[in-house]
Write a protein that binds this ligand. Sequence first.
Ligand SMILES: Nc1ncnc2c1ncn2[C@@H]1O[C@H](COP(=O)(O)OP(=O)(O)OP(=O)(O)O)[C@@H](O)[C@H]1O
Ligand SMILES: [Mg+2]
Length: 258
Amino acid sequence: MALLKISSIETLYFDRIYALFGVSLEVEERQIFAVLGPNGAGKTTLLKTVAGLLKDQPKKGIIEFAGHRIERRAPEKIANLGIVYVPEDRGLFRELTVAENLELGLWGRRDNGVKQDLDLVYGMFPILKERARQEAETLSGGEQQMLALGRAILRRPRLLMLDEPSLGLAPQVARAVFDALLAISQTGTTILLVEQNARLALKVARHAAILEAGRIVLQGTPKELEANEDVREVYLGIGGADTASPKGWRLYRKRRRW
Ligand SMILES: Nc1ncnc2c1ncn2[C@@H]1O[C@H](COP(=O)(O)OP(=O)(O)OP(=O)(O)O)[C@@H](O)[C@H]1O
Ligand SMILES: [Mg+2]
């Protein structure tokens, strides 16, 4: 059974601009689900809608999490069900140290697994231990992403939602972050991530969807997506289309098959 089931949601800004138009997807427990799409596709809006951060949204549709209806519920209620959202800017307290940021991830926890979880985080990201006394804003981009992930893990999420975890990272660092995501998912955490880096995302995901202009145009296993010619050209850069330039992207939009 799906842990998260999104059915035909519509999210609007200012009550008239559609950002999501009938999006449906199902995230199975323990899997990594990746949503790919270009700038402005609605990826961030999708995560914010699930997290309850857009007031009175989704306007239409149903979101079910672990058997609960969560659409239009307050963000803290949604968080309390075990959904942790790491925003694109990583949401760290910049002037606090690494250790203090991690402590905030432990806020409200009274169980006796705290020490073990801290060991898990430091084991996964040894650099955080070395930098424990350093202020978050002085960390490199990759280290900040690791801190954000570490803090998120300490909240013991059932569903971890990540907005472009590879953004701004050097390829090697991005790969390390994605390796960490695999390790996190192996501890039993379900992950929903949005990404522009299709190559990386398809490497770790069990299932993926392509979002364009507020609609899911294709979804399937990475294998299925990689076999699609448009995905190969536009998202994986294999083949002819020059979609890196605005003109190339417009040309592609004219002749794409979906
Ligand atoms: N607060 C807002 N008010 C009005 N319109 C918004 C707001 N946030 C996003 N939008 C619009 O909704 C659409 C989807 O934006 P969103 O940020 O979800 O895209 P995205 O896929 O995350 O893009 P990117 O890859 O650039 O982060 C865009 O057209 C954007 O301009
Ligand atoms: Mg975004």
